[in-house]
Design a binder for this molecule. Structure first.
Ligand SMILES: O=C(O)CCC(=O)C(=O)O
Ligand SMILES: [Fe+2]
Length: 293
């Protein structure tokens, strides 16, 4: 059977994001390179909203606890409990069109965090975002990550670094790949910035308001910030409906707040089933919890 013929084009009209290319063309590039970038996705008003909602958490200036989080970085988790404006990002139709085609309509929000790299931050260990499943490669991805630039991301302020095509790799690893210890609290044995550059890597520089969509199997890392300005991104990630999300959204966002979100956001947070009935609660659809008095 021709697989392409089984795949629907997205229902929402996304043409304004594609300029002179089609959705299928962008999808093709995503399949081949493991990522695709769109510019001018968020308006300046939407960017201002995101920055304003993030400001109190950035001002709190809680730094990362290990090499992976980065001790010169702020990471803001549990975002949908902090401000409803982040729900707009996770349900953005352009990103969801890719997530649904890759992972199915029952896909879940795997994680959503903001990452602010301060000047002086060094590169993150190389990793791919669906590595936590521990399954051998090559294989289809179990997750898809998106990267929204809330500030400009540049050559010097820490634009995310990616190795195009690395989603097709088997179990080989780039020099500087994350080790178990990179996730351990208190481990911050930083190495000099570009020591672990990969010959094929690129810096995904993006003007504020851009969106990069990447496969959960694509090797990437946060860049080092040698500039004098911070770099701010928000990175929602999605997984298949039968995977365990990295952040437990059902516990991270209070049900009172979830009840006020649009239905699609509720579904992405886990108030949904993976057919035929994975995710039921007391024999019923989990969305019933939200309509209980
Ligand atoms: O900060 C970045 O650019 C990437 C961060 C990242 O990939 C992660 O933490 O999983
Ligand atoms: Fe990542």
């Amino acid at each position: 059977m021709n697989v392409a013929s089984k795949i629907e084009s997205p229902a929402t009209d996304l043409s304004r994001y594609f300029n002179d290319r089609s959705f299928d063309d962008a999808w093709e590039q995503y399949q081949e390179d493991g990522y695709v970038i769109f510019t001018d996705v968020l308006s300046s008003g939407q960017l201002e909203q995101q920055r304003a909602a993030l400001k109190p958490w950035i001002d709190a200036d809680i730094r990362g606890r290990n090499n992976f989080e980065g001790d010169q970085s702020n990471r803001i988790y549990g975002m949908l409990d902090k401000d409803p404006v982040f729900a707009d990002l996770i349900s953005h139709p352009l990103q969801l069109a890719f997530a649904e085609r890759e992972l199915g309509e029952s896909c879940l929000l795997y994680a959503c965090l903001a990452i602010n790299l301060h000047p002086g931050e060094t590169v993150q260990p190389w990793h791919f975002d669906d590595s936590h499943c521990g399954l051998a490669r090559p294989r289809d991805p179990l997750s898809l990550s998106t990267f929204w630039s809330i500030s400009d991301t540049t050559e010097t302020n820490g634009a995310t670094e990616i190795i195009p095509g690395s989603h097709k790799w088997g179990n080989e690893q780039p020099v500087g790949a994350n080790r178990g210890s990179d996730f351990k609290t208190g481990v911050t044995d930083k190495k000099a910035g570009s020591k672990d550059d990969h010959p094929d890597m690129i810096k995904a520089t993006m003007p504020a308001g851009s969106l990069m969509i990447a496969k959960g199997t694509l090797w990437h890392r946060g860049g080092g910030n040698s500039s004098d300005v911070p770099r701010l991104i928000v990175t929602p990630q999605f997984c298949k409906g039968w995977c365990r999300p990295l952040e437990q959204q059902l516990l991270a966002v209070s049900p009172e707040k979830v009840a006020r979100f649009p239905k699609r956001v509720q579904e992405l947070l886990g108030y949904n089933i993976h057919p035929p009935f994975m995710g039921y609660v007391d024999g019923m659809h989990p969305s019933r919890i939200l309509s209980k008095d």
